[in-house]
Design a protein around this ligand. Structure first.
Ligand code: GLY
Ligand code: MN
Ligand code: MN
Length: 444
């Protein structure tokens, strides 16, 4: 995160203050950094900080724990982190160290992580509730229970009685994006737009899907970003596999290519999909289905207004897809029955979107008291209808089989409606063909 600027130090501190106001005076918050994970024997996966930890500290190092203690005289925000170690830093890179953490992260106190066993039980003492992300890191769960039990066993020890899921408090806070967060999300989206354009401009039949993946991720990296999730590049019927990730097939001349790829920039994710023809021209059937998915997205976007139920976007997309599939002959029967039987789930098995933020599938409730929650300004989500006609659908005319299409954009709810953060990226069949023709001309 551009975390260590004064602005971001203030932002993290004010997020912690809001969290504490919600936690109550007798609570304590304990939040460990994401654990490192082994990829293969003694090599690790690239490290990604836990999103809650990032949200509250901007601190990128593993082996750290944030503890928030409301009303503590010597300061409410305490960080445990690794000590400086010149020998280790020669292998793994610089460490902040507790001496520098106070100023760099605007926390009140910082201690070596090696001392947490001695210090944390004292901080837990006298607190009635612990807010903690239960179940994310089984090793840390056991440690925390051990500290509480040690306190309980101590003569006169006053141990917390309740464990609460930290997400109950923090998810709602994270759901509403501030101006500073929207700026980062927009940067992630802008980098993503450049990457999708690079894919459309450079795709050629005969290439492998991974060649396009490389073009996309090249744009991410040269802009200081990285993939927010495993990039999907599916040519032909691979586009019908929702979580396709092999990206290893050869792209054929008549294929559509479905690209679902988003950049993560300073922790914030974009999530964008486009579907384009490998040879630069949609076939009649490809265009008909692509137009229908575009229309479904427009219908969903018309519901993206403050005060509308979140679920209205999916309902609108399904209604448009169902009508269109009936008129193309891909579904049969009366519209009421098709809607009542949810017949279009055969070709559209997923939902129309999800919250977007530090996590690509971001935190936040979709329903409140059993009903779809109402949209409010500051919420950010994807709108991503699609159609996937299985290649082996024997009852479907052959001309439709194996076509997979998704169109996915990132949307912010504003006071008066919404803003499509990814609006600039070519979307309709005409726009996509024009971009591809122009790129081919320029490179001829
Ligand atoms: N890329 C994952 C999704 O679209 O939800
Ligand atoms: Mn996606
Ligand atoms: Mn998505």
């Amino acid at each position: 995160m551009p975390g260590l600027t004064a602005e971001w130090r203030r932002i993290h501190a004010s997020r912690r203050a809001r969290l504490l106001a919600g936690a109550g005076a007798d609570a304590i918050v304990v939040l460990p950094a994401a654990p490192e994970r082994v990829r293969s024997r003694d090599t690790l996966h690239p490290y990604r900080q836990d999103s809650d930890f990032l949200y509250l500290t901007g601190f990128l190092e593993p082996e750290s724990v944030l503890v928030l203690v409301p009303g503590r005289k010597h300061g409410e925000a305490i960080l445990f982190c690794r000590e400086r170690d010149p020998a280790r830093e020669g292998w793994d890179g610089p460490r902040l160290g507790p001496e520098r953490a106070g100023e760099a992260l605007a926390v009140d106190d910082a201690y070596p992580i090696a001392d947490i066993d001695d210090i944390l039980p004292g901080l837990l003492e006298g607190r009635s509730r612990v807010y903690y992300p239960l179940g994310l890191d089984a090793g840390f769960d056991l440690k925390l229970i051990g500290w509480v039990n040690r306190l309980r066993g101590r003569a006169g020890g006053n141990a917390p009685q309740e464990f609460l899921q930290l997400g109950h408090l923090l998810d709602e806070q994270r759901l509403f994006k501030s101006e500073a967060e929207i700026r980062l999300l927009q940067q992630a989206v802008d980098i993503t737009i450049a990457a999708h354009r690079a894919a459309m401009a450079t795709v050629r039949p005969g290439q492998h899907e991974y060649t396009l993946q490389a073009e996309i991720e090249r744009e991410f990296r040269r802009n200081g970003a990285q993939p927010a999730y495993a990039s999907i590049v599916g040519a032909g019927s691979n586009g019908c596999i929702l979580h396709y990730g092999a990206n290893a097939s050869r792209i054929r001349k008549g294929d559509l290519v479905l690209v679902d790829a988003g950049a993560e920039y300073h922790g914030y994710a974009a999530d964008v999909s486009r579907t384009f023809p490998a040879n630069g021209r949609f076939s009649k059937e490809q265009r008909a289905l692509h137009d229908l998915v575009c229309a479904a997205q427009q219908a969903a976007l018309a519901q993206a207004q403050p005060g509308q139920p979140y679920a209205a976007m999916h309902t609108a997309a399904v209604a448009t897809l169902s009508e269109g599939l009936l008129s193309l002959g891909l579904l049969k029967g009366r519209l009421e029955d098709v809607l009542a039987n949810e017949a279009c789930t055969r070709f559209y098995p997923h939902k129309t979107g999800h919250w977007l933020g530090l996590d690509v599938h971001d935190v936040g409730e979709y329903r409140i008291d059993g009903a779809s929650r109402l949209l409010e300004p500051g919420m950010v989500f994807t709108v991503e209808p699609g159609l996937y006609i299985p290649p082996d659908a024997a009852d479907v005319p052959a001309k439709w089989r194996g076509i997979g299409i998704r169109i996915e954009d990132d949307v912010l709810v504003t006071r008066t409606g919404h803003r499509v953060l990814s609006a600039a990226l070519e979307r309709s069949a005409d726009e996509v063909e024009a971009l591809m023709a122009q790129a081919r001309q320029a490179s001829a």
